[in-house]
Design a protein around this ligand. Sequence first.
Ligand code: G1P
Length: 298
Amino acid sequence: MKVVIPAAGLGLRFLPATKSMPKEMLPVLDRPIIQYVVEEAVDSGADDILIVTGRSKRAVEDHFDYSPEHGDHRALGRLDELSTRAHIFYVRQRRPRGLGDAVACAARHVGTDPFGVLLGDTINVCEVPLLKQLHDRFVALGGKSSVVAVDVVPDSKVSDYGIVAGDEISPGVIEVHTLVEKPALADAPSRYGITGAYFLTPGVFRCLRETPPGRNGEVQLTDALRRLLAHEKLYAVTFEGKRYDIGDRFLWLKTNIEFALKDPEHGDRLRAFLAEELGEPSGVRRMTRRPSAPVRSA
Ligand code: G1P
């Protein structure tokens, strides 16, 4: 299975941390975000992974390369295993022109096979890896129609997502009739937001070539998929599992805390630390409520 991982975004919301370091290399607990994404691809059956990079992204390539200076360090076991289970290739997006443009950079590499797409800044934690869930659906639905993962999003988040609408043909499977990239709440055709995991037919490449820049002046994958509807069916599926979008600092911090709390090595220590830290403000408040000197009236 071929999988494309767009990882060319500028990471402006993480500046200055991402001035010379890719946002995909920010760690969550003990690994950079992109390693979780590659793990999900490999665990879903990928043997050919194309990462779409850009300027200042060389650290991503170095991460998946063998480093003689670290040798066979125990902590690198999982990483080495990934590169033996899948070939990892890179292509550079010349300018950051949007997710659709990044996926279009993969056209020559992917050729005529259906392929997975996972975003380089989103971690999915699912008992059955999410891309495998999508691939299984793709096969069950006849192997000719693209499948995108969706989740119900709250009203306040609708304009952050590509939104799909259609007919629910079986529990959790929607035959898509329309897609809109980041609509205003009033224009949203549903509350089903595209989560950023896709299993696509190669027909999308022709649509991408015909898609003009859309929302934010960028070539949007959502717009290309809407064009694809003229030629092929498209399905949206809900999934079992949890998605961690690491799009800004707070989400990154929250994800780190959640992962650390669940980690057998760090969980208990972190809980004790947080309890101590969170206990302090009430202590401070107590002190300010009982000043040592009486307050004089003017
Ligand atoms: C991209 C897609 C959008 C999707 C989102 C999921 O937007 O364009 O359709 O809902 O990923 O995270 P971005 O978050 O890159 O702006």
